[in-house]
Write a protein of this length. Structure first.
Length: 127
């Protein structure tokens, strides 16, 4: 069975969302025939419509260290999942964290990690 992961990659027109299948990169919009899948945020928004409802509390802004993936546009902080604030007792948090990893996030933090008791931090590789 093929494995896949979501990535952000750089093009002459700027960052794009991509899907890596067995180490080969495909443009997410072209692969899925969904023009709206141009960015990671577009894919996350569509994913929320199909699997979870969730709130993105930070994407490119906020106050992070100067090398944060947030500023590269490939990380999102999630503050609620299915109407419940993220915490150690949120029944959806563990599955949501795993879904992020399954989709290629390589920097996945949440309750139990220092500084992440109230949100999930899901970061994909830099372009």
């Amino acid at each position: 069975m093929s494995s896949y992961k979501l990535v952000t990659y750089q093009t002459p027109k700027g960052p794009r969302a991509g899907v890596v299948v067995d180490e080969k990169l495909f443009d997410a919009a072209a692969l899925t025939r969904k023009a709206a899948y141009a960015s990671m945020l577009d894919i996350i928004n569509d994913w929320s419509a199909q699997t979870y409802s969730f709130s993105v509390s930070e994407l490119c802004g906020g106050s992070h260290n100067s090398n944060s993936r947030h500023y590269a546009g490939c990380t999102a902080d999630i503050s609620t999942i299915n109407g419940q604030h993220v915490s150690a007792s949120n029944p959806f948090a563990a599955a949501f964290l795993q879904r992020c990893r399954d989709l290629g996030a390589t920097e996945v933090l949440g309750p139990g990690n220092a500084g992440h008791s109230t949100h999930i931090h899901a970061g994909w590789p830099r372009p």
